[in-house]
Design a protein around this ligand. Structure first.
Ligand code: ADP
Ligand code: MG
Length: 629
């Protein structure tokens, strides 16, 4: 029997596969099992439409056998089989190669990987681990049994056999000799094979079976008998394919814990199916705790990807927006190519469509939880709220629409978390802006002198206690057309015209004093003025428009911080406070010390450290001495 040469492009692909730098050689098993599963599907389908074919679906199986001595791994199915012609067509050429334009010059190894991904190496992937591949097959349609044999590059031979084989196909891989970098022998170990089936083909809907030695022992631990038993390696029915009404919480929990190595139940399960222009099943989980490595580079975000129950890829980040990277789970879509490579994920249109559906789904589930299961949502938010905030702030707010409704902040009203939507909904009619202030803690924010007037007006203030909060607000800048306004920055615009007039008048009265104070603090502040926000407290510090006091603190803590990035500070005095009269009576030469004391107090209130704490102490002591005279 003459040896046939592969067509040029097949040859080229084979060459790539055989000398592949493709690191995932183990996927050959997935490919062969998936082919076997397809063959079983086809046989079953034929039996449905052709009365002359009698098939019991229960008997359809895939068998894996190993002969360690011969170094062969055999995968047998009793599916549709192939005629001689079909073998030639299917295995002799790349079936779909006509439409592919082979790149003539492969510039780098990366491209090589891409090509393997694009071409659906399928059957040929066997050559990654075998130096010879044989196929024995009998078509369900009748005709002679066929034998195919190839050592790869130098072509293949196909011949008809005299004997009649059972219907189906048997693929025999002659596993390569072990090499320095690659121990091919592991593909002859039942442990490895079991692991690979579990990993890649657990949800194949036919049993994948392998003979296993079962030993029995006596009391002394001596083997008394050893028998071979046929074991099914896969669990067959993917949980995500089962109807939601058949599934209990325990089913989901068990699956989640086993699959995603968590010892706790997920906080939320999202099981969703979509049929239409794009079809998929997705099973998503929100963990009930923050993974210990969540904020490290080690954490692997992304979903598992399946196509028709066959595992394709782990950690497909493209399926989940960064802000939802805490979501674990998987997607199974018949619309995806089995041979999609990680490099192709970013460009895959189907995948993008799935990702956008998932994004909407996760958001609507979270919003639902926020509205109907507040306690649970707040628990979730405690775990992953920070991630939502980072997501809002990232890429100049590109994801704001997705995320802004999911954010919560503590309100001055009851010190409870409130969403922006809730805040806006309960704003009094005359309130134009969303007030906020940043600080170390809710307690500290709540005691800030600058909040007095705003609270008096009956307006709520949001307390921002995470470093990222200010950045989130400055990126958002408004919510539902209500601008954000820091209560300790710029002009609050709360005063009526009369109040403004009165303040102007008072400022005129105190012009000399304010001038002296300003002169004394000229290196520290850009202005000293009478306040429109203080009611009972004597003094406070505010920032002019631009960088806020809190932002200055956060920026200063960053590595390589530019120490010149500072808020423009303004010292504000309460014109109604008795202190004003006291100050008016102070000798001009003492005003300098008083100014410094006032400024230092304001700094302390804001949580800044004093530039000269010893000077502060001495001045305060002097003041006490003066007061006792
Ligand atoms: P794909 O599965 O994407 O079509 P493969 O390279 O994996 O590509 O397989 C090529 C073709 O060979 C299949 O489409 C099928 O027609 C045939 N084939 C492969 N394995 C089997 C098998 N076990 N039984 C019957 N036909 C098979
Ligand atoms: Mg295939």
């Amino acid at each position: 029997m003459a040896k046939k040469q592969y067509k040029a492009e097949t040859k080229r692909l084979l060459d790539l596969v055989i000398h592949s730098i493709y690191t995932h050689k183990e996927i050959f098993l997935r490919e062969l099992i998936s082919n076997a599963s397809d063959a079983l599907d086809k046989a079953y389908f034929m039996s449905l439409s052709d009365d002359s074919i009698q098939l019991d679906r229960m008997n359809l199986t895939i068998k894996i056998e190993v002969d360690e001595k011969e170094r062969t791994l055999t995968i047998t199915d009793n599916g549709i089989g192939m005629t001689k012609e079909e073998v030639e067509d299917n295995l002799g050429v790349i079936a779909k190669s006509g439409s592919y334009n082979f790149k003539q010059n492969i510039a780098d190894k990366q491209e090589e990987v891409d090509i393997i991904g694009q071409f659906g190496v399928g059957f040929y992937s066997a050559f990654m681990v075998a130096d010879k591949v044989e196929v024995y097959t009998q078509s369900i349609k009748g005709g002679a049994s066929v034998h195919f044999e190839s050592t790869g590059e130098d072509g293949y031979r196909v011949d008809e056999l005299d004997e009649k084989l059972p219907i189906g196909s048997k693929i025999v891989l002659h596993i390569k000799k072990d090499e320095e970098e690659e121990k091919y022998g592991e593909y002859l170990e039942s442990y490895t094979l079991k692991r690979l089936v579990k990993k890649y083909s657990d949800y194949i809907r036919y049993p994948i079976q392998m003979e296993e030695e079962v030993k029995e022992y006596d009391d002394k631990g001596e083997v008394t008998s050893s028998t071979m038993e046929l074991k099914t390696l896969n669990s067959m029915v993917p949980i995500w394919k089962r109807s939601k009404s058949d599934l209990k919480d325990e089913d989901y929990n068990e699956f989640y814990q086993g699959k995603f190595n968590d010892y706790q139940n997920p906080q939320k399960v999202i099981h969703t199916n979509l049929e239409g222009s794009i079809s998929f099943d997705a099973l998503l989980f929100i963990p009930s705790r923050v993974p210990y490595n969540f904020y490290s580079a080690e954490y692997q975000a992304g979903l598992q990807l399946y196509s028709r129950g066959v595992f394709i890829l782990d950690n497909a980040k493209e399926l989940i927006p960064e802000a939802f990277r805490f979501v674990k789970g998987l997607v199974d879509s018949p619309d995806l190519s089995l041979n999609i490579s990680r490099e192709m994920l970013q460009h895959d249109r189907q995948l993008k469509a799935i990702a956008s559906r998932l994004e909407k789904k996760i958001k609507s589930e979270l919003l639902g939880m926020l509205k109907t299961d507040r306690e649970n949502y707040e628990k979730f938010y405690k775990n992953f709220g920070l991630q939502l905030k980072y997501g809002t702030y990232a890429n100049f707010g590109a994801q704001r629409e997705l995320l802004e409704d999911l954010l919560l902040f503590t309100s001055s009203r009851d010190k409870k978390l409130v969403s922006l939507e809730e805040y806006v909904a309960r704003m009094p009619e005359d309130q134009k802006e969303i007030y906020y202030v940043s600080g170390e803690s809710v307690e500290k924010c709540d005691r800030l002198p600058q909040s007095e007037w705003v609270k008096e007006k009956g307006y709520e203030i949001l307390y921002l206690v995470d470093d990222v909060d200010e950045f989130v607000f400055s990126i958002l800048s408004q919510y539902k057309e209500k601008p954000f306004k820091a209560i300790n920055q710029g002009d609050l615009n709360l005063s009526s015209d009369e109040e403004k007039e009165a303040l102007k008048h008072k400022s005129e009265e105190k012009k000399d004093l304010l001038g002296l104070l300003k002169e004394a603090l000229k290196d520290q502040v850009v202005d000293v003025r009478l306040s429109t926000r203080l009611k009972t407290h004597p003094v406070c510090l505010v920032a002019d428009e631009g960088i806020s006091l809190e932002m200055e603190k956060v920026l200063a803590q960053m590595p390589n911080a530019d120490q010149n990035v500072k808020a423009k500070r303004i010292l504000e005095l309460n014109s109604d406070h008795p202190l004003m009269d006291a100050l008016s009576k102070v000798d001009a030469d003492k005003v300098k010390d008083y100014a410094s004391l006032l400024y230092d107090q304001a700094l302390l209130i804001e949580g800044f450290s004093l530039e000269d704490p010893i000077g502060f102490s001495n001045k305060l002591a002097q003041l006490m001495i003066d007061a006792s005279k």
